[in-house]
Design a protein around this ligand. Structure first.
Ligand SMILES: [Ca+2]
Ligand SMILES: [Ca+2]
Ligand SMILES: [Ca+2]
Length: 224
């Protein structure tokens, strides 16, 4: 058609125009012309001067002349922020966070933490203290340091407990939540000698992912 604003050819009858159905160049605030092929009543939008039509007078039914590019509907990516974990950082055995100490008792000491992001590793230390006993000196005693890990639904976690040392032979279990994993080690004690124990506890993921659902780690130190 080759129509351009302001240079539109004469249509049949008295109208002049530029196409407003996607091929036009009309802009808000400028004069525009109505092309009669739009199928509208031929004199519907003719300006009183018989030639021009201000675009602001066009009805909404014509639709936007130029909607511009579509808005950016993709939100900016958020920087990855690990889920809150008050016991971080604790990525290595030597930087393990203390879960506290417990004097020989059936009580469980509990803490909550998260395994996130996927590369997270959580190390803890915990101390079990022997209570007082009436016993024959040099005779044997028996204690157990126990750890429980409550695994949240949908996560696969592993828990290990090590006696005294990060490099000791550990007792480990893996399970998919919801479940509770139990690991422990035994302390072969002696009457009249201290049988306190310093445990190292490891929690790590086995599902290659992170997540904000907290797990619960608890420990107990009691006689056998
Ligand atoms: Ca953590
Ligand atoms: Ca960690
Ligand atoms: Ca003892």
């Amino acid at each position: 058609m080759g129509c351009a604003a302001g240079t539109a050819p004469a249509g049949p009858g008295k109208e002049l125009g530029v196409r407003l159905d996607g091929g036009g160049t009309a802009e808000a605030g400028k004069d525009a012309y109505l092309w009669p092929d739009l199928g509208l009543p031929p004199d519907a939008f003719i300006h009183p001067d018989g030639v021009k039509l201000d675009i602001s007078q066009l009805p909404d039914t014509l639709g936007p002349v130029d909607a511009g590019p579509p808005p950016d509907t993709v939100p900016p990516p958020d920087a990855q922020v690990p889920c809150p974990d008050p016991l971080e950082p604790n990525q290595t055995c030597s930087s393990g966070k203390s879960l506290g100490s417990l004097k020989e008792s059936s009580t469980w000491v509990k803490k909550s933490a998260t395994m996130d992001p996927a590369a997270d590793i959580d190390w803890y230390t915990a101390e079990g203290e022997e209570g007082s006993h009436t016993c024959l000196p040099f005779t044997s005693q028996c204690y157990k340091f126990k750890v429980k890990l409550t695994v949240p639904a949908g996560r696969k976690l592993k828990v290990c407990v090590y006696k005294e040392s990060c490099t000791a032979f550990g007792s480990c279990k893996t399970g998919t939540g919801p479940t509770v994993l139990d690991v422990e080690y035994k302390v072969s004690g002696t009457c009249a000698f201290s049988d306190d124990t310093d445990a190292k506890i490891l929690v790590e993921q086995q599902d290659g992912t992170g997540g904000c659902d907290p797990y619960e780690v608890s420990f107990n130190y009691n006689d056998c």
